[in-house]
Design a protein around this ligand. Structure first.
Ligand code: GDP
Length: 272
Protein backbone atom coordinates (compact mmCIF):
# COMPACT_ATOMS: atom_id res chain seq x y z
CA UNK A 1 0.00 0.00 0.00
CA UNK A 2 2.77 2.47 0.94
CA UNK A 3 4.68 1.48 -2.21
CA UNK A 4 1.61 1.82 -4.40
CA UNK A 5 0.97 5.23 -2.92
CA UNK A 6 4.54 6.33 -3.68
CA UNK A 7 4.25 5.05 -7.26
CA UNK A 8 1.01 6.88 -7.79
CA UNK A 9 2.42 10.06 -6.36
CA UNK A 10 5.44 9.78 -8.69
CA UNK A 11 3.20 9.11 -11.66
CA UNK A 12 1.16 12.21 -10.88
CA UNK A 13 4.29 14.28 -11.40
CA UNK A 14 3.93 13.56 -15.14
CA UNK A 15 0.23 14.36 -15.28
CA UNK A 16 -1.42 17.71 -15.96
CA UNK A 17 -5.01 17.02 -14.95
CA UNK A 18 -6.59 14.24 -12.88
CA UNK A 19 -9.89 13.09 -14.34
CA UNK A 20 -11.78 11.70 -11.40
CA UNK A 21 -14.81 9.73 -12.52
CA UNK A 22 -17.51 9.98 -9.86
CA UNK A 23 -21.07 8.72 -9.74
CA UNK A 24 -23.36 11.74 -10.15
CA UNK A 25 -25.82 10.15 -7.71
CA UNK A 26 -23.22 10.08 -4.92
CA UNK A 27 -20.15 12.12 -5.86
CA UNK A 28 -18.61 12.28 -2.40
CA UNK A 29 -19.00 8.59 -1.54
CA UNK A 30 -17.66 7.48 -4.91
CA UNK A 31 -14.53 9.63 -4.64
CA UNK A 32 -11.19 8.09 -3.80
CA UNK A 33 -9.77 10.18 -0.94
CA UNK A 34 -6.24 9.01 -1.70
CA UNK A 35 -6.32 10.45 -5.20
CA UNK A 36 -7.60 13.74 -3.87
CA UNK A 37 -4.85 13.88 -1.28
CA UNK A 38 -2.07 13.02 -3.71
CA UNK A 39 -3.19 15.37 -6.44
CA UNK A 40 -3.35 18.22 -3.95
CA UNK A 41 0.12 17.37 -2.71
CA UNK A 42 1.28 17.54 -6.33
CA UNK A 43 -0.89 20.59 -6.97
CA UNK A 44 -2.62 19.03 -9.91
CA UNK A 45 -6.06 20.27 -11.00
CA UNK A 46 -8.96 17.83 -11.14
CA UNK A 47 -11.89 17.44 -13.43
CA UNK A 48 -14.66 15.80 -11.46
CA UNK A 49 -16.66 13.86 -14.01
CA UNK A 50 -20.17 13.33 -12.67
CA UNK A 51 -20.95 10.21 -14.63
CA UNK A 52 -24.34 8.52 -15.00
CA UNK A 53 -25.88 11.98 -14.98
CA UNK A 54 -28.83 10.43 -16.84
CA UNK A 55 -29.73 8.63 -13.60
CA UNK A 56 -29.22 11.55 -11.22
CA UNK A 57 -31.52 14.34 -10.07
CA UNK A 58 -30.58 17.29 -12.28
CA UNK A 59 -31.00 19.98 -9.60
CA UNK A 60 -28.77 18.09 -7.19
CA UNK A 61 -26.18 17.51 -9.91
CA UNK A 62 -26.07 21.25 -10.57
CA UNK A 63 -25.36 21.84 -6.87
CA UNK A 64 -22.41 19.46 -7.10
CA UNK A 65 -21.14 21.22 -10.21
CA UNK A 66 -21.24 24.55 -8.33
CA UNK A 67 -19.58 22.96 -5.34
CA UNK A 68 -16.64 21.61 -7.34
CA UNK A 69 -16.18 24.74 -9.43
CA UNK A 70 -13.71 26.29 -7.07
CA UNK A 71 -10.60 28.02 -8.28
CA UNK A 72 -8.94 27.75 -4.89
CA UNK A 73 -9.44 23.99 -4.90
CA UNK A 74 -8.39 24.01 -8.52
CA UNK A 75 -11.16 21.87 -9.87
CA UNK A 76 -14.25 21.88 -12.01
CA UNK A 77 -17.00 19.38 -12.68
CA UNK A 78 -18.68 17.98 -15.75
CA UNK A 79 -21.90 15.98 -15.60
CA UNK A 80 -22.05 13.45 -18.38
CA UNK A 81 -23.32 10.19 -19.77
CA UNK A 82 -20.32 7.94 -20.28
CA UNK A 83 -21.95 6.04 -23.10
CA UNK A 84 -22.34 9.23 -25.16
CA UNK A 85 -19.30 9.84 -27.37
CA UNK A 86 -20.37 13.46 -27.70
CA UNK A 87 -20.34 13.88 -23.92
CA UNK A 88 -16.97 12.18 -23.55
CA UNK A 89 -15.39 14.60 -26.02
CA UNK A 90 -16.21 17.38 -23.55
CA UNK A 91 -13.82 15.79 -21.05
CA UNK A 92 -10.77 16.75 -23.09
CA UNK A 93 -12.12 20.24 -23.78
CA UNK A 94 -12.73 20.86 -20.09
CA UNK A 95 -9.33 19.46 -19.08
CA UNK A 96 -7.70 21.76 -21.59
CA UNK A 97 -9.19 24.69 -19.70
CA UNK A 98 -7.60 23.43 -16.49
CA UNK A 99 -4.18 23.16 -18.17
CA UNK A 100 -4.16 25.87 -20.83
CA UNK A 101 -0.39 25.69 -21.30
CA UNK A 102 -0.49 22.05 -22.54
CA UNK A 103 -1.65 22.51 -26.09
CA UNK A 104 0.79 21.12 -28.64
CA UNK A 105 2.96 18.17 -29.64
CA UNK A 106 5.86 19.44 -27.55
CA UNK A 107 3.65 19.84 -24.52
CA UNK A 108 0.80 17.35 -24.96
CA UNK A 109 -2.05 17.35 -22.48
CA UNK A 110 -1.52 14.47 -20.05
CA UNK A 111 -4.56 13.14 -18.20
CA UNK A 112 -4.87 10.48 -15.57
CA UNK A 113 -8.26 8.84 -15.22
CA UNK A 114 -9.31 7.41 -11.88
CA UNK A 115 -12.50 5.90 -10.52
CA UNK A 116 -13.87 3.30 -8.12
CA UNK A 117 -15.26 0.07 -9.62
CA UNK A 118 -18.47 0.30 -11.59
CA UNK A 119 -18.49 4.07 -11.75
CA UNK A 120 -18.14 3.88 -15.55
CA UNK A 121 -14.43 4.51 -15.87
CA UNK A 122 -13.89 1.89 -18.63
CA UNK A 123 -16.82 3.25 -20.60
CA UNK A 124 -15.36 6.75 -20.51
CA UNK A 125 -11.83 5.54 -21.22
CA UNK A 126 -13.03 3.62 -24.27
CA UNK A 127 -14.63 6.79 -25.56
CA UNK A 128 -11.48 8.79 -24.89
CA UNK A 129 -9.01 6.30 -26.27
CA UNK A 130 -10.65 5.26 -29.51
CA UNK A 131 -8.13 2.97 -31.22
CA UNK A 132 -5.13 4.01 -29.10
CA UNK A 133 -3.12 1.10 -27.70
CA UNK A 134 -1.28 1.01 -24.40
CA UNK A 135 2.44 1.76 -24.59
CA UNK A 136 5.05 1.19 -21.95
CA UNK A 137 5.79 4.37 -20.09
CA UNK A 138 9.33 5.65 -19.69
CA UNK A 139 9.00 6.20 -15.99
CA UNK A 140 9.53 2.98 -14.00
CA UNK A 141 6.91 3.91 -11.42
CA UNK A 142 4.36 4.32 -14.15
CA UNK A 143 5.14 1.12 -16.05
CA UNK A 144 4.42 -0.95 -12.98
CA UNK A 145 0.87 0.02 -12.23
CA UNK A 146 -0.25 2.47 -14.86
CA UNK A 147 -0.99 2.13 -18.58
CA UNK A 148 -0.05 4.94 -20.92
CA UNK A 149 -1.90 5.74 -24.14
CA UNK A 150 -0.82 8.23 -26.78
CA UNK A 151 -4.17 9.12 -28.23
CA UNK A 152 -2.65 11.63 -30.65
CA UNK A 153 0.35 13.93 -30.58
CA UNK A 154 -1.42 16.39 -28.30
CA UNK A 155 -3.07 13.97 -25.87
CA UNK A 156 -1.68 11.33 -23.52
CA UNK A 157 -3.91 9.36 -21.19
CA UNK A 158 -2.85 7.36 -18.17
CA UNK A 159 -5.08 4.73 -16.70
CA UNK A 160 -4.52 3.27 -13.29
CA UNK A 161 -6.27 -0.09 -13.39
CA UNK A 162 -7.00 -1.47 -9.99
CA UNK A 163 -5.61 1.48 -8.10
CA UNK A 164 -5.75 0.56 -4.48
CA UNK A 165 -8.87 1.47 -2.67
CA UNK A 166 -8.07 3.12 0.64
CA UNK A 167 -9.89 1.96 3.72
CA UNK A 168 -13.54 2.89 3.52
CA UNK A 169 -13.63 5.65 6.12
CA UNK A 170 -17.20 5.43 7.38
CA UNK A 171 -20.18 3.12 7.50
CA UNK A 172 -22.11 5.67 5.46
CA UNK A 173 -19.53 5.66 2.63
CA UNK A 174 -19.35 1.85 2.74
CA UNK A 175 -23.12 1.53 2.34
CA UNK A 176 -23.19 4.00 -0.55
CA UNK A 177 -20.44 2.06 -2.31
CA UNK A 178 -22.24 -1.23 -1.65
CA UNK A 179 -25.43 0.09 -3.24
CA UNK A 180 -23.40 1.13 -6.29
CA UNK A 181 -21.73 -2.25 -6.58
CA UNK A 182 -18.33 -0.66 -6.04
CA UNK A 183 -17.19 -3.11 -3.36
CA UNK A 184 -17.19 -6.89 -3.30
CA UNK A 185 -20.37 -8.67 -2.21
CA UNK A 186 -18.52 -10.30 0.65
CA UNK A 187 -17.59 -6.93 2.10
CA UNK A 188 -21.13 -5.90 3.01
CA UNK A 189 -24.51 -7.19 4.03
CA UNK A 190 -27.08 -6.87 1.25
CA UNK A 191 -29.93 -6.41 3.73
CA UNK A 192 -28.17 -3.50 5.47
CA UNK A 193 -27.43 -1.91 2.11
CA UNK A 194 -31.07 -2.25 0.99
CA UNK A 195 -32.42 -0.83 4.26
CA UNK A 196 -30.06 2.14 3.88
CA UNK A 197 -31.12 2.68 0.26
CA UNK A 198 -34.83 2.52 0.97
CA UNK A 199 -34.47 4.79 4.00
CA UNK A 200 -32.89 7.42 1.73
CA UNK A 201 -35.52 6.88 -0.93
CA UNK A 202 -38.35 7.23 1.60
CA UNK A 203 -36.87 10.53 2.77
CA UNK A 204 -36.01 12.00 -0.60
CA UNK A 205 -37.96 10.25 -3.37
CA UNK A 206 -41.00 8.51 -1.87
CA UNK A 207 -42.92 9.06 -5.12
CA UNK A 208 -40.36 7.02 -7.06
CA UNK A 209 -40.99 4.07 -4.71
CA UNK A 210 -44.77 4.18 -5.04
CA UNK A 211 -44.44 4.51 -8.81
CA UNK A 212 -42.18 1.51 -9.02
CA UNK A 213 -43.87 -0.88 -6.61
CA UNK A 214 -47.44 0.47 -6.28
CA UNK A 215 -47.28 0.28 -2.53
CA UNK A 216 -48.97 2.81 -0.22
CA UNK A 217 -46.28 4.12 2.10
CA UNK A 218 -48.51 4.98 5.08
CA UNK A 219 -45.61 5.95 7.31
CA UNK A 220 -43.87 2.65 6.66
CA UNK A 221 -40.20 2.36 7.58
CA UNK A 222 -37.63 0.86 5.25
CA UNK A 223 -37.71 -2.64 6.74
CA UNK A 224 -41.50 -2.80 6.48
CA UNK A 225 -41.30 -1.47 2.93
CA UNK A 226 -38.83 -4.12 1.78
CA UNK A 227 -40.99 -6.78 3.45
CA UNK A 228 -43.97 -5.48 1.54
CA UNK A 229 -42.07 -5.57 -1.75
CA UNK A 230 -41.09 -9.19 -1.08
CA UNK A 231 -44.66 -10.01 -0.12
CA UNK A 232 -46.10 -8.41 -3.26
CA UNK A 233 -43.61 -10.20 -5.49
CA UNK A 234 -44.31 -13.56 -3.82
CA UNK A 235 -40.76 -13.92 -2.50
CA UNK A 236 -41.23 -16.49 0.22
CA UNK A 237 -38.93 -18.71 2.25
CA UNK A 238 -39.79 -22.38 2.86
CA UNK A 239 -41.77 -21.59 6.00
CA UNK A 240 -43.93 -19.12 4.08
CA UNK A 241 -42.49 -15.91 5.51
CA UNK A 242 -41.09 -13.22 3.25
CA UNK A 243 -37.60 -13.90 1.94
CA UNK A 244 -36.14 -10.59 3.06
CA UNK A 245 -32.76 -11.17 1.43
CA UNK A 246 -34.26 -11.68 -2.02
CA UNK A 247 -36.44 -8.61 -1.61
CA UNK A 248 -33.35 -6.65 -0.51
CA UNK A 249 -31.50 -7.81 -3.61
CA UNK A 250 -34.42 -6.77 -5.79
CA UNK A 251 -34.62 -3.17 -4.52
CA UNK A 252 -30.86 -2.78 -4.94
CA UNK A 253 -30.93 -4.20 -8.47
CA UNK A 254 -33.77 -1.85 -9.36
CA UNK A 255 -31.67 1.10 -8.20
CA UNK A 256 -28.58 -0.12 -10.07
CA UNK A 257 -30.61 -0.54 -13.25
CA UNK A 258 -31.95 3.00 -12.93
CA UNK A 259 -35.53 1.80 -12.48
CA UNK A 260 -36.38 4.52 -9.92
CA UNK A 261 -35.79 7.23 -12.49
CA UNK A 262 -33.52 10.12 -11.59
CA UNK A 263 -32.42 9.88 -7.97
CA UNK A 264 -29.46 11.40 -6.15
CA UNK A 265 -28.55 9.75 -2.89
CA UNK A 266 -26.06 12.38 -1.76
CA UNK A 267 -26.47 16.13 -1.71
CA UNK A 268 -23.83 18.68 -0.78
CA UNK A 269 -25.58 19.14 2.58
CA UNK A 270 -24.44 15.60 3.38
CA UNK A 271 -20.82 16.61 3.32
CA UNK A 272 -20.79 20.05 4.97
P1 GDP B 1 -15.88 0.62 -14.40
O1 GDP B 1 -15.91 -0.55 -13.49
O2 GDP B 1 -15.77 1.92 -13.65
O3 GDP B 1 -14.89 0.55 -15.50
O4 GDP B 1 -17.34 0.71 -15.04
P2 GDP B 1 -17.90 0.34 -16.50
O5 GDP B 1 -17.39 1.31 -17.52
O6 GDP B 1 -17.69 -1.09 -16.76
O7 GDP B 1 -19.46 0.69 -16.29
C1 GDP B 1 -20.24 0.06 -15.31
C2 GDP B 1 -21.70 0.03 -15.76
O8 GDP B 1 -22.22 1.35 -15.83
C3 GDP B 1 -21.87 -0.55 -17.16
O9 GDP B 1 -23.04 -1.33 -17.17
C4 GDP B 1 -22.02 0.68 -18.05
O10 GDP B 1 -22.76 0.43 -19.22
C5 GDP B 1 -22.78 1.60 -17.12
N1 GDP B 1 -22.56 3.02 -17.42
C6 GDP B 1 -21.39 3.65 -17.66
N2 GDP B 1 -21.59 4.96 -17.87
C7 GDP B 1 -22.94 5.18 -17.74
C8 GDP B 1 -23.78 6.35 -17.83
O11 GDP B 1 -23.34 7.49 -18.00
N3 GDP B 1 -25.11 6.14 -17.61
C9 GDP B 1 -25.64 4.91 -17.36
N4 GDP B 1 -26.95 4.83 -17.18
N5 GDP B 1 -24.88 3.80 -17.27
C10 GDP B 1 -23.55 3.94 -17.46
Amino acid sequence: MAQARRNLSKALASVDVVVEVLDARMPAASANPLFEELRKERQRPALKVLNKADLADQDVTQQWVDHYLDTSKFSSALPLVGKSKRDVRKVVQQCQKLAPHRVDAIKPLRLMVSGVPNVGKSTILNGLLGQAKAKAADEPAITKMISRYEVNDRLVIYDSPGVMWPKVDSIDTGLHLAINNAIGVNAYNIEDAAIFLIQKMLEQYPGALTDRYHIELDGMDSVAFIEKVGDKRGMRSRGGSVDFERAAQLVITDYRQGRYGRVSLQTIEDIV
